[in-house]
Design a protein around this ligand. Structure first.
Ligand code: NAD
Length: 259
């Protein structure tokens, strides 16, 4: 029997990351969960254990290289390898026009969404190179990495950066048979969108739920996205079916942004 493959997912205590971990567990991967939020992480670990998933976890901050290296080490110590590494953790940052953007908020969103992805790629790729068996690095991009969104200036900039980093890493790591791609979701009903909806109220003059509804009107397929919708794409990117695809930032948005 061949060894069980191992997937590490950052920001997997809740939301999209948790959905991706559930799907990859069903696909047969051993799962390494990680999050900065200890409470949601331990709840999710418990759920996974109860379902009989081969799971381990580590609390960590993706913006710290040492945490990312420790996370990879934990995966190797527990399960023997890292085959798939998903840089999923991300924040929306401040919701405001550029004219009102606070420098501290700019630093924070770049620390997590950009530096976090660089350090995740670094930690994962160094381990995958050592293993010599290739691997798959998958990054969280966004529709906001394809088109800038008003009131989300720094966030949009970070997701454009993820798009660039995905291309760079794909070129640098191809010789080691490591593919690097990103998923670009649209409007997924997670805690992030609850915060976005609330933050936009001040600027759009909307009531609770109205900003989300306004954005949802622009979805061709007529409904918002679930973490499972995102997982359908990521499951493919984590599988051998995507072996000839690298450096791509793939939209899964129900038809919002058309390339
Ligand atoms: P979420 O807020 O529900 O979950 C994000 C998770 O990341 C949380 O568990 C949080 O604790 C964790 N996290 C935050 N900062 C961290 C850090 N420094 N280190 C480690 N973990 C950290 O958000 P989500 O909607 O599940 O978003 C997941 C990813 O998908 C993000 O990168 C986001 O930008 C991207 N995305 C989301 C949407 C959407 O509509 N929700 C759309 C496009 C892209």
């Amino acid at each position: 029997m061949s060894k069980q493959k191992v997937a590490v997912i950052t920001g997997s205590g809740q939301g999209i990351g948790k959905g991706l971990a559930e799907r990859l567990a069903n696909d047969g991967f051993a799962i390494v969960l990680s999050d900065i939020n200890e409470a949601t992480l331990s709840e999710t670990v418990k759920e996974f254990e109860e379902k009989g998933v081969n799971v381990t976890s580590m609390v960590g901050n993706v913006a710290k290289l040492e945490d990312q290296v420790a996370l990879v080490q934990k995966a190797v110590d527990t399960f023997g390898s890292v085959d798939v590494f998903i840089n999923n953790a991300g924040i929306e940052g401040q919701i405001a026009p550029l004219t009102e953007t606070d420098p501290k908020a700019v630093d924070r969103v770049f620390d997590i969404n950009v530096k976090g992805v660089i350090y995740g790629i670094q930690a994962a790729a160094n381990q995958m190179k050592k293993q010599g068996t290739g691997g798959k690095i998958i990054n969280a991009c966004s529709i906001a990495g394809q088109e800038g969104f008003a009131l989300l200036g720094p966030y949009s900039a970070t997701k454009f950066a993820v798009k660039g980093l995905t291309q760079v890493a794909a070129k640098e790591l191809a010789r080691d048979k490591i593919t690097v791609n990103s998923y670009c979701p649209g409007i997924v009903g997670t805690a992030m969108w609850e915060r976005l909806d609330e933050g936009m109220m001040k600027y759009l003059g909307t009531k609770k739920g109205e900003a989300l509804a306004k954005y949802a009107e622009g979805i061709a397929l007529g409904r918002t996205q679930t973490p499972e919708d995102v997982a359908n794409l990521v499951s493919f990117l984590a599988s051998s079916q995507s072996d000839y695809i690298t450096g791509q930032n793939i939209l899964s948005d129900g038809g919002m942004v058309f390339n």
